[in-house]
Design a protein around this ligand. Structure first.
Ligand SMILES: NC(=O)c1ccc[n+]([C@@H]2O[C@H](COP(=O)([O-])OP(=O)(O)OC[C@H]3O[C@@H](n4cnc5c(N)ncnc54)[C@H](OP(=O)(O)O)[C@@H]3O)[C@@H](O)[C@H]2O)c1
Length: 269
């Protein structure tokens, strides 16, 4: 069966770059999006577009037919924002009280980290074909340091708890996985650009790429490098069943040696 990669979150900052890098490699791409018009404009009809919401299992199962791998780039904001899709009944007092008891918002917002980064990831895990070759998941640095600054602030509304539970759902499924934990994302989302611009995107940073284990690193990570790591990981068996941090540090070589970076993970275990 020919490779067919499903990308939920393809309209987002990392997701768009993942799609462009998959196309660059000549792979067939199917995306899962809530907004088909936005996606059609973005990808010039070069991808299959399935409309679905990862919170709704019945909307994701049609997109799973014949896929061989999935690269999941979905996410919502760490702090309350319009992207949480609040009920119209929410009032400023409730929002204020939520800073003391964040759980108060769970019944008032539809697209919170708990729902997107955990419950919806469980939905994807349950729906993927049993013979899936790889489940690639964009997670976050700080998951094992939630009690330490600045991650205690970042996790105020549970984003790191949710990402960790999402990671666990993938790991415990028995599906081969690659979990990438970036630092603070830089190289701004190319959200208003077209596919040709995405294909030419280069990181403005002069820093190299390093991988870490055990959640000890901190710093910035280029969205372009996250997207490249997601796509490259599909080609290397050494990237299977690995969880690692990805940051930009040190001098940037002319060409990133992904094979060496993934291989290093297996000998550091
Ligand atoms: N920002 C940081 O510094 C940082 C640091 C570490 C890790 N991360 C993680 O890195 C990943 C990529 O970040 P990013 O900034 O590139 O993401 P982004 O631009 O915010 O994109 C998120 C994507 O998720 C989709 N999405 C959200 N809720 C959905 C739902 N219910 N059903 C289907 N799709 C949904 C969005 O689609 P719509 O267009 O339909 O909304 C969008 O395509 C995220 O998982 C984020 O948590 C971010």
């Amino acid at each position: 069966m020919a490779d067919l990669i499903l990308v939920p979150g393809a309209t987002g900052g990392v997701g768009q770059l993942v799609v462009s890098k998959l196309l660059e490699k000549g792979l067939s791409v199917r995306i899962l999006t809530r907004d088909a018009n936005k996606a059609a404009k973005m990808f010039n009809d070069k991808v299959e577009i399935f409309v679905g919401d990862i919170r709704e299992p019945n909307t994701i199962s049609p997109a799973m037919l014949n896929i061989t791998s999935i690269i999941c780039c979905t996410g919502t904001t760490a702090f309350p924002s319009a992207r949480w899709e609040f009920d119209s009944s929410i009032n400023p007092i409730e929002l204020g009280l939520a800073f003391f008891d964040p759980k108060l918002l769970e019944n008032k917002a539809k697209n919170t980290p708990l729902k997107v980064d955990f419950q919806a990831i469980k939905n994807l895990v349950a729906a993927v074909p049993k013979n899936l070759k790889r489940f690639v998941f964009v997670s976050s640095c700080g998951i094992l340091r939630k009690n330490y600054f600045p991650f205690n602030i970042l996790n105020k509304f549970g984003v790191l708890d949710a990402k960790q539970a999402g990671e666990d759902a993938i790991i415990n499924s028995g599906i081969p996985y690659t979990i990438i934990r970036p630092g603070r994302l830089i190289d701004r989302p190319y959200t208003s650009y077209d596919l040709n611009t995405l294909l030419k995107a280069t990181t403005n940073g002069k820093l190299g790429v390093i991988f870490g284990k055990g959640d000890k690193l901190a710093g910035d990570t280029s969205r372009i490098d996250v997207a490249a790591a997601c796509v490259e990981s599909l080609f290397y068996p050494s990237a299977a069943n690995q969880v690692f941090e990805l940051l930009n540090q040190g001098e940037r070589p002319n060409v990133i040696d992904w094979e060496k970076l993934f291989y290093q993970l297996t000998i550091d275990n």
